[in-house]
Design a protein around this ligand. Sequence first.
Ligand SMILES: *Cc1c(COP(=O)(O)O)cnc(C)c1O
Length: 463
Amino acid sequence: MSRSAHPAGPRHADVLPEGHYTAPPADLNALDPRVWSRTVTRDADGVATLGGIPVTRLAEEFGTPAYFLDEDDFRARCRAWHDAFGGEADVFYAGKAFLSRAVVGWLHEEGLNLDVCSAGELTTALAAGMPAERIAMHGNNKTTDEIERAVTAGVGRIVLDSFQEIVRVAHIAERLGRRQRVQIRVTVGVEAHTHEFIATAHEDQKFGIALADGQAAEAVRRVLKLDSLELAGIHSHIGSQIFDMAGFEVSARRVVQLLAEVRDEHGVELPEIDLGGGLGIAYTSEDDPREPHEIAKSLSDIVTRECAAAGLAVPRISVEPGRAIVGPTTFTLYEVGTLKELPGLRTYVSVDGGMSDNIRTALYDAEYSVALASRVSSAGPMLSRVVGKHCESGDIVVKDAFLPADLAPGDLLAVPATGAYCRSMASNYNHALRPPVVAVKDGKARVIMRRETEEDLLRLDVG
Ligand SMILES: *Cc1c(COP(=O)(O)O)cnc(C)c1O
């Protein structure tokens, strides 16, 4: 990462390992618009507000911890992605980032399509009225039941992930008297990480069918022989939280090469390519994500160029952003419970949630920002670690943060950019009750996913 070791803050500077923190921000009360959703600001009293509603009121009405989602921001991001390709591409929102019936409704209204990867996600999408032809079904081990339900519903595409699945989907479609549109997911030998990508001959992971050794070409051969499958195109997804377009360019080039091989061997020009999701967002002020229109231009240019070189008509492109749409729309609001100063190290700030509502820090060493939201403070910076209330020392929400030194129990902390992979990965660890998701729009807040109750816990536990 571009993170560099600056001179440390006023406290504890000497014992910190280099590069694990940056200097305290010039203004601890600032809410960097790069990291916060677009209707977040502070009111005249210094209280952070979302859609005009102070977080103190949100906390009173909905409790903490809770996720607060900026609906205008969500819709604006949908539109930006939709418009980025000038209507010349299909945008599939990756439902696994965060899915609820309200979200499906917004996607539908904003003209986006939807990726699902389980029966539960499919059920939610259909229950909320997403037309089946705008749904794509993913997964590296779809069950027979999931395939049957997807085919019966008439999903627009099933993305085939293995040789077994080719046969399985074909058989089910045949039995149901359907011809199912499919794409083949290939692994292009590009592994993308934040700010970099690595080209490898064989990606050592579970998804897709390798381009290497002619495996993907063999998958195409098999699919084309099956009457109950209609091969619409090739799919490639190279990673997550990616900032560097180079990995996408290599991926697009290799997918187009496969299309050319398919044309040469079978005389068929496949009409679609899907370049997946994985576009990065700003979790901290250090991150500098690209705008959808820049990403769209870069992808369209490379596909157009490679197709021209191969003498192919340009296929219809689709992309699958999840994090880049919902991630920045949401913050999690917590109440501070206890503070422990470890002299010479840092202050541990315990909040009323933790790894049950945000597992990403523990799981991926993810970085987050945090701000004192219920007031402003003129106190100096205090090097802090925001931790949860779970029985794990790895229960960390924000590893390194500067918070005002007068932070006290009862203060509200907000952690931005928690819209993706937080509620959707939430757990009941320690019998925690998963927090609600509250959508705010035009000064009105409504619960779109309610808080779990102890009754919910006991209902699952049948004794
Ligand atoms: C996870 C996933 C996505 C979305 O990834 P983001 O990082 O949320 O954009 C898109 N496509 C596929 C196949 C995925 O598995």
